[in-house]
Design a binder for this molecule. Structure first.
Ligand SMILES: Cc1ncc(COP(=O)(O)O)c(C=O)c1O
Length: 439
């Protein structure tokens, strides 16, 4: 272990004596050691050993404005002088909801929750209540939170996953209630034919089809042209609903989410992460007649922290920044991200490395693969994970902090200089990788 992470290693050993596993989410138990942080500013974070990194993790997505954005700091300072929570109504609830309705195409009404997993539970309950059906169609490789009813076939092993056109539903955790599989069907993503065949037989049972509009949780894969349109058409024709889980794409791909870019409007959508710019906030948005089931209590939901004042003060400040100049800040962040994507692809080609970058500017993934196209989770299983791990480790040593699956998030705080520095670091690292794999 290089001595640049001595203190993180010490903290990790100590944390394990009190905090289960030494980390607050098992996803964060990363190689070579989970890093412990003490500060950050704009696009950069500093670990407890004093190393600074260009931050492309961004807390797994939320820090869309970067760290300590002046507008957010000011909003939080003001909010700190006022009550944090009323457990009753206040103005920020409806002003934030109004902004979401203005920005997001499907949003006629909004409900506020605290975490993404929770928003997904609500969106599924609404769909089941509205249609009077129980079956939810989800896709292999998609992540919709860690709850019993959704942690299914997220990253099944090849031995577990069954035939491509009829994936076996695989539970994601020990302790998960096994009969949740009775109310869910898992299909391969980006495969119109399989979805059509399934709907031809059982379409009338389906409450909703739920999808990440861009498959960010399995390699940032884009929908093939026409796939989301087909989901829209087929759900409408069979009286079921279309749900977009926009917890990553929302307020990141564009201020109006993926639905505003890809041109397919779902009935319901879940939002989280970037909506609170680092504060715990999530939301469900959708058609009025569905969301109205909440108004008269037909659909039950609750949450002590729903409408929390600090979270909404953060969201309000963030949404003002994201909405300004017709969403220019995010357009620029996406452009810079695309430059980085293009840059690493060209370097890989020049060095003859089997490298592909997939996704969009503010959320893309680096794959070491010789597969020419990646359409779904199974296609990513051919990725060279050892090479990825090596690349991530070398990037970290160069001061580039990336997600452990090779995902790269950019924020409005990243500058052209950051992107240039990162491209140079990618090049140095890839040259080293290339010499080691003897291409
Ligand atoms: C698409 C998607 N849905 C739901 C969730 C769950 O959100 P949370 O971690 O806030 O519970 C995540 C988290 O990464 C996600 O990426």
């Amino acid at each position: 272990m290089p001595d640049q992470w001595t203190r993180s290693l010490e903290y990790y050993s100590r944390a394990q004596q009190s905090l289960a596993g030494g980390v607050s989410s098992p996803f964060r138990r990363t190689f070579p050691v989970p890093l412990y942080f003490q500060d950050g500013e704009g696009s950069k974070v500093q670990d407890v050993d004093g190393n600074w990194y260009l931050d492309y993790v961004l807390a797994w997505g939320p820090m869309i404005l970067g760290h300590k954005h002046p507008a957010l700091v000011e909003a939080m300072q003001k909010a700190a002088e006022r009550p944090f929570n009323y457990g009753a109504q206040h103005e920020l609830e409806f002003t934030v909801a109004e902004t979401i309705c203005r920005l997001v195409p499907c949003a006629e009404r909004v409900a506020l929750t605290s975490s993404g997993s929770e928003a997904v539970q609500l969106v599924m309950r609404l769909a089941r209540a509205f249609t009077g059906r129980t079956l939810i169609v989800k896709f292999e490789g998609h992540y919709h939170g860690w709850m019993d009813s959704t942690l299914l076939s997220y990253h099944p092993s090849p031995a577990q996953m069954g035939a491509p056109e009829q994936p076996t539903i695989v539970l994601g955790s020990k302790g998960q209630v096994p009969n949740v599989v009775e109310n869910v069907v898992v299909l391969p993503w980006n495969d119109r034919r399989t979805v059509s065949e399934f709907f031809a037989g059982r379409g009338q049972e389906v409450a909703a089809v739920m999808t990440e509009p861009v498959l960010c949780n399995s390699g940032c894969l884009l929908p093939v042209p026409g796939f989301l349109d087909e989901l829209r058409r087929i759900t409408r024709a069979s009286g079921s609903l279309l749900i977009f889980d926009e917890i990553i794409t929302g307020f990141r791909m564009a201020a109006g989410g993926a639905q505003s870019v890809l041109g397919v409007v779902p009935d319901l959508a879940s939002f989280g992460k970037a909506i609170g710019a680092g504060l715990p906030l999530s939301a469900v948005a959708g058609r009025k007649e569905i969301m109205d089931l909440l108004s008269d209590g037909q659909v039950a939901f609750g949450g002590t922290f729903n409408g929390n004042c600090l979270s909404l003060a953060g969201a309000q400040a963030a949404l003002i920044e994201l909405e300004a100049q017709n969403g220019e800040a995010l357009r620029r962040a996406n452009r810079l991200g695309e430059e980085l994507m293009g840059g690493i692809t060209r370097i890989g080609q020049r060095l003859g490395l089997p490298l592909q970058a997939t996704g969009f500017g503010t959320a893309f993934s680096v794959h070491f693969t010789s597969r020419p196209v990646l359409h779904n989770y199974r296609d990513t299983l051919a990725d060279d994970r050892e090479l990825l791990r090596h690349w991530l480790f070398e990037c970290l040593r160069e001061g580039i902090f990336l997600l452990p699956d090779g995902r790269v998030y950019t924020s409005v705080a990243h500058t052209s200089e950051d992107i240039e520095r990162t491209s140079e670091a990618f090049e140095r690292v890839l040259v080293r990788c290339a010499s080691e794999v003897h291409v």
